[in-house]
Design a protein around this ligand. Structure first.
Ligand code: UDP
Length: 322
């Protein structure tokens, strides 16, 4: 297939582009490099620099030659979305609306979209399946939910085949590609930076949650497994249908368990301090990915947290040593 990957210079996008190329697909990456890195675009992909808003102008008549699009380009910082909701409306919702419209007009039949567990907000019960109520608690989650709705509409209206993949907590690295955010807010990369001595103490946000050790529980999923789901989604997408699938391993790890794994993998002792809760953090987020298994035949190959941490550590330790 000839596939357009928006956000292919970012963490999940670059790994997805790499796996598409490995599988023999022709890949064009569209990325504005606002948060991505040009050197993360995998060798073998064509690179187009620009915003998803302008896909029709940037790609012109060539747009019609794509068999499918994987749309990952987005602003994705929860805290920033609370401070600047307008950016999330403009970047994510308006940009996706224009892109989807351009793809539909050009007759690109399949769209796979990076949605998020953040669309569910504070869950009523776990594991969370796709029928759980969607009540996002921040503008980031709201923007992704709005795009899910756009994809539902376009599937019905234009008989496109659309898939929303709702990721839980993505971790690990693949083929030399890992998490490199300019503003890091995620637990595992922060803990690895602390293990490398690149930051001081490690802060746990809240130890008074109703969980076994009082810290938040999340469902971590390897980035290579997430990327594999996109390939399966492109294959299994059906015209006129909007399929929504959660992607997670179905088991949770607490913040303390993650930090213990980081210490075990790196052989370093972290200087850990407990602070108050971070606003908007639900106590437990664990996926039911039964639908992805059933509809896409998706089976995660790297479900162990220690493998995710070890793969990320290999990459950051090699870069830190340079
Ligand atoms: N967390 C923490 N310290 C940090 C970063 C994160 O205790 O420096 C916690 C955070 O409160 C949440 C969990 O780790 O409970 C996972 O947070 P992350 O930002 O990695 O992902 P999220 O679940 O928010 O998408």
């Amino acid at each position: 297939m000839k596939v357009l990957v928006t956000g292919g210079a970012g963490y999940i996008g670059s790994v997805t582009a790499a796996r598409l190329i490995e599988a023999g697909h022709a890949v064009t990456v569209l990325d504005d490099l606002s948060t991505g890195h040009a050197d993360a675009v995998p060798a073998g992909a064509r690179f187009v620099h620009g915003r998803v808003h302008d896909a029709a102008e940037l790609l012109g008549a060539e747009l019609a030659s794509f068999d499918g699009a994987v749309h990952l380009a987005a602003a994705s910082l929860v805290a920033e979305s609370v401070e600047n909701p307008g950016k999330y409306q403009e970047n994510n919702v308006v940009g996706s609306d224009r892109l989807i419209d351009a793809l539909a007009r050009a007759g690109v039949g399949r769209i796979v979209f990076s949605s998020t567990a953040a669309v569910y907000g504070e869950p009523e019960c776990v594991p969370i399946d796709e029928d759980a109520p969607c009540r996002p608690v921040n503008p980031y989650g709201e923007s992704k939910l709005a795009i899910d709705h756009l994809l539902g509409d376009v599937a019905e209206r234009s008989r496109l085949a659309t898939v929303s993949l709702r990721y839980f907590n993505v971790a690990g690295a693949y083929a030399g590609l890992g998490e490199r955010h300019r503003q890091e807010s995620h637990l595992i990369p922060i803990a690895l930076q602390a293990a490398l001595g690149q930051r001081g103490d490690m802060v746990i946000f809240g130890e008074d949650y109703p969980t076994p050790d009082g810290t938040c529980v999340r469902d971590y999923i390897h980035v290579a497994d997430i990327a594999a789901a996109h390939l399966l989604a492109l294959e299994h997408a059906r015209p006129g249908v909007h399929l929504i699938c959660n992607l997670g391993n179905g088991s949770g790890y607490s913040v303390r368990e993650v930090l213990a794994t980081v210490e075990q993998v790196t052989g370093r002792v972290l200087d850990v301090r407990v602070a108050g809760r971070r606003a908007g953090d639900p106590a437990v987020l664990v996926a039911s990915a039964a639908r992805a298994r059933r509809e896409l035949g998706w089976v995660p190959e790297r479900p162990e947290l220690s493998v995710m941490v070890a793969d990320a550590w290999k990459l950051v330790a090699a870069k830190g040593a340079r």
